[in-house]
Write a protein that binds this ligand. Structure first.
Ligand SMILES: Nc1ncnc2c1ncn2[C@@H]1O[C@H](COP(=O)(O)OP(=O)(O)OP(=O)(O)O)[C@@H](O)[C@H]1O
Length: 274
């Protein structure tokens, strides 16, 4: 269980990015974080693993208070939180396998990491993960030879190699085409279900959020203005989150429930294409 209590972040510039956010995310729950640009989504995700230092408030991962940890404690705690970024954050000149194993760096000794010597169990597990994300035949390819979708799969596998309890996912599909975006969202949801992992996913695309997330948290100007199921994202709620817009013009969002979209390949077709 991840718990935020009155989390507030004011940057040195004076911007109030988050204001008194309280939120509890139980194990296994995949939460989509939506909201307009500047609403505080990235800041919230980065406060959880303290890439951004909160100004006030408390964050708990089970019974560990993350906001009280010193450097060493934080380093240990970060193993429990897998981070997946929009820009993949891969090391370009390293292979897929090497990038994936870098997810284990928090576990091996400094000297082992320097010479990149990993225990056989880590390597076995890395191959299993590569297989799971559909990249087995790309293990020895350099990261810079991969497509955007493949790079994001490496990002996901690397986060999983950490054996985290929660995934912090920042705009995972921002640089991907619609079909690849759906494949990545589906993969994320599936791996979370398989491992009982919770996730917070910062996502711009409301249709993707509605289709693949279990719960939606809508942020506006650093405050939560919606917290509920994806089916509750009515035009009125979207207006509350994003401001006035002709939501009815987007037929999918004018419905109150999810509906299959014409022209979008079905699950089997997409899985077959992986
Ligand atoms: N490093 C920073 N220094 C100062 N202000 C910042 C910093 N990062 C973010 N902000 C400000 O904090 C607010 C929230 O930004 P944040 O990036 O968290 O929003 P977001 O919802 O993720 O936006 P986007 O969807 O555009 O990425 C904005 O007003 C932004 O200008």
């Amino acid at each position: 269980m991840l718990r935020l209590e009155s989390l507030t972040k004011r940057y040195r510039t004076g911007d109030l990015a988050l204001s008194e956010i309280s939120l509890a995310i139980p194990a296994g729950q995949v939460v989509g974080l939506i909201g307009p640009s500047g609403a505080g989504k990235s800041t919230l995700i980065r406060c959880v693993n303290r890439l951004v230092e909160p100004t006030s408030g408390r964050i708990w991962l089970d019974d560990l208070e993350l906001t009280r940890l010193g450097r060493r404690g934080l380093r240990h705690a970060r193993r429990r939180m897998g981070m997946i970024f929009q820009e993949y954050a891969l090391v370009e000149r390293l292979t897929v396998m090497e990038n994936l194993l870098s997810g284990r760096l928090g576990y091996v000794s400094f000297w082992s990491s320097l010479i990149r010597r990993f225990p056989p169990a880590d390597i076995e597990n890395a191959f299993r993960l590569l297989d799971r994300v559909g990249l087995m035949e790309h293990a020895d390819k350099r990261a810079d030879a991969l497509s955007g979708g493949q790079r994001q799969r490496v990002g996901i596998a690397r986060a999983l190699a950490q054996e985290p309890e929660i995934l912090l996912v920042d705009e995972p599909t921002a640089s991907l085409d619609p079909k690849t975006s759906r494949q990545i969202m589906r993969l994320l949801r599936e791996v979370c279900a398989e491992r009982g992992l919770a996730a917070i996913v910062n996502i711009h695309d409301v249709l993707l959020a509605r289709e693949f997330m279990m719960r939606i948290v809508g942020l506006r100007a650093g405050a939560i203005v919606y917290d509920g199921g994806p089916d509750g994202l009515t035009p009125a709620v979207l207006t509350e989150i994003y401001g006035e817009e002709d939501w009815a013009a987007s037929s999918d969002l004018s419905d109150t429930g999810p509906s299959p979209r014409p022209g979008v390949p079905d699950t089997d077709e997409l899985v077959g294409a992986l």
